[in-house]
Design a protein around this ligand. Structure first.
Ligand SMILES: Cc1cc2nc3c(=O)[nH]c(=O)nc-3n(C[C@H](O)[C@H](O)[C@H](O)COP(=O)(O)OP(=O)(O)OC[C@H]3O[C@@H](n4cnc5c(N)ncnc54)[C@H](O)[C@@H]3O)c2cc1C
Length: 550
């Protein structure tokens, strides 16, 4: 399928074969009258079958299927780490081929907020049909009115299998319910509470990525061409209309024309990069680096991400947790989830902290990156235990992406401005305290839990004081890998928006962005399922609306 023969023009050219891009390519090519070209910079997942194995998830970061982006040093965060991680997938299927497969549709209120901000027809009632269209629920105990079978992407509750004795994971849900929260279905939209964590894993125990779910069944269609290792360097724009793309394949430069539209789906770091390289972005910034500005738009602004902090808890032997050597191959290790509101005074319907429960003690990415004085003797312990990640869901700190220069191969400047806003730190500290309260509650009593403290040498503060926890958050909070928002969607007259609610780039004909970068506000949970939904809804919009704004 990635054979290098291709035509000189296609009706639709999709730049980026990630979570959203694969969905768009598969849905558009269902109509045999359209010719569709999908360009992906990374390899095909056919060439790396290990990505199908769910338990491998965590170890794919920083490998050859990762862009290995780094963020700018952060003034207010990441003090304990060597560098500021920004892992991003570079493979067909994008994040859905390389991530941890945690699956939630987030909160209904997230989408209603998008609609209120001017994104008409993006409210919960509008997006729910596209979630349902994308999903194939592989478990019996779900509400069949909203969780159907028949969509391409399989969603399971693999951890609930009788083979896995997840008593601690269940204790975590019980501890949350003992606090007065209800037991939830993480895909119901009504998510304040605790429950088990679904995963996009097939009934055969393999990862259900958008490449496996959407592209593999479609790859023999004569009207769909998928080119891997094809790096798009620029969109060809003539008289404010996208007419084609330039890309590099096997060291050679190519140009292909688009008869109908160019669709940008490079994800939240590369989509703004590609737009700016093509002359669409903040005029002043583009002129500084010698790129002529075709459309002066706030591309790269509005970068939002989740931050989490690892809490490790050792338990008595034989408590049913996994060790790396006993981790079943057909599961990810995140087994339950909680969504809480620690800022009760906030008058909004969103959870502000997500608890991710891992049925495993050693947990990788942040531990690998710690600077020497902060490495913890217990961090990579072989003891049995579990991990809880309190994660900030609605950060007030907002960052941005810029270009270093006009070289398409130069990584962009990524500056998330993590924890710039005090609200974010205070909310995370409240999340830590609530997790501690749960771990010390009756639900966990029989497991002899020992909560490990972070290693802040020479700290003058009491370990559980506000000052100490604030320092811990500023040293050890780590990306949740959910950057979004850099090609923000908004009303067609919203000056902070890059695309309108039909996903058309403002001021440019025949050009859309369809991926997680269009999210106006980061949703209250993991961003892969929302990116699948955006692919589904975006494809439908493309089929039913004209490509320029009226
Ligand atoms: C380590 C990690 C773990 C995660 N875990 C989870 C999880 O468990 N659950 C969850 O819901 N979310 C998770 N996420 C987030 C989720 O995967 C992303 O939000 C989602 O993949 C975003 O989809 P996207 O289509 O916007 O971008 P991506 O999936 O990143 O796709 C963009 C694609 O475009 C390609 N591309 C970029 N530039 C070019 C170019 N110039 N030319 C051609 N191709 C290009 C890229 O190679 C990539 O394949 C995780 C992310 C990471 C990094």
């Amino acid at each position: 399928m990635s054979g290098a023969k291709f035509a000189s023009s296609y009706d639709y050219i999709i730049c980026g074969g990630g979570t959203s891009g694969c969905v768009v390519a598969a849905r558009l090519s269902e109509d045999p009258s359209f010719s569709v070209l999908l360009l992906e910079a990374g390899i095909s997942d056919h060439d790396l079958p290990a990505t199908e194995v769910p338990s491998v998830g965590d170890s794919l970061q920083g490998t050859d299927i990762d862009w290995k982006f780094k963020c700018e040093p952060q003034e207010n965060a990441y003090k304990g780490y060597q560098d500021v991680d920004c892992s991003k997938a570079k493979i067909l299927g994008g994040g859905s081929t390389h991530n941890n497969m945690e699956f939630t549709r987030c909160a209904a209120a997230d989408y209603d907020e998008w609609a209120q901000l001017g994104c008409t027809e993006w409210g919960w009632k509008d997006v729910l049909p596209y979630y349902m269209k994308s999903e194939n629920w592989n478990c019996s105990e779900v509400d069949r009115d909203v969780h159907q079978t028949g969509g391409p992407m399989t969603v399971s509750r693999p951890h609930q299998s009788a083979d896995h004795n997840l008593t601690l994971s269940k204790a975590f849900v019980k501890a949350g319910c003992d606090l007065g929260y209800k037991e939830i279905d993480a895909c119901s939209g009504d998510i304040l509470g605790f429950g088990d964590f679904p995963a996009n894993i097939d009934s055969d125990g393999k990862r259900s990525s958008t490449s496996r779910a959407y592209i593999h069944p479609a790859e023999n269609r004569p009207n769909l061409k998928v080119l891997c290792k094809a790096y798009v360097t620029k969109i060809d724009i003539k008289e404010c209309k996208a007419v084609g793309v330039y890309f590099v394949l096997e060291g050679e430069k190519h140009h292909i024309s688009a008869n109908r539209e160019v669709i940008v789906a490079g994800g939240p770091i590369s989509s703004p990069q590609l737009l700016m390289l093509s002359g669409i972005g903040p005029k002043k910034h583009l002129e500084e680096i010698g790129i002529g500005c075709i459309a002066d738009l706030p591309v790269g602004k509005n970068l939002q991400d989740h931050l989490g902090i690892v809490m490790k808890v050792a338990v008595k032997p034989g408590s049913g947790v996994w060790k790396p050597e006993t981790l079943p191959v057909d599961v990810n290790c995140t087994t339950s989830v909680g969504f809480v509101k620690v800022n009760a005074e906030d008058d909004n319907p969103f959870p502000d902290i997500q608890f991710i429960f891992l049925n495993l003690l050693p947990y990788g990415p942040d531990a690998r990156n710690l600077r020497k004085p902060y490495q913890h003797i217990d961090y990579n312990t072989t003891r049995e235990g579990f991990t809880v990640l309190p994660t900030l869901l609605k950060p007030k700190s907002v960052g941005e992406i810029k270009l270093v220069n006009s070289d398409p191969f130069c990584h962009p400047i990524i500056d998330p401005h993590y924890l710039e806003h005090d609200y974010d730190v205070k909310t995370m500290v409240k999340g830590i305290r609530l997790a501690k309260q749960m771990i010390e509650s009756d639900a966990f009593k029989s497991y002899e839990c020992q909560l490990r403290e972070w290693n802040l040498p020479d700290s003058p503060y009491d370990p559980w004081s506000e000052d100490h926890l604030t320092e811990c958050v500023r040293h050890f909070a780590y990306t949740g890998y959910h950057p979004v928002g850099t090609c923000k969607m908004g009303a067609s007259d919203d000056p902070s928006a890059v695309v309108d609610p039909k996903l058309r780039v403002r001021g440019i004909e025949c050009l859309r962005v369809v991926d997680s970068s269009i999210m106006p506000v980061v949703p209250s949970g993991n961003t892969n399922a929302p990116s699948v939904m955006i692919g589904e809804k975006g494809a439908n919009i493309i089929k039913t609306t004209i490509p320029s704004m009226v």
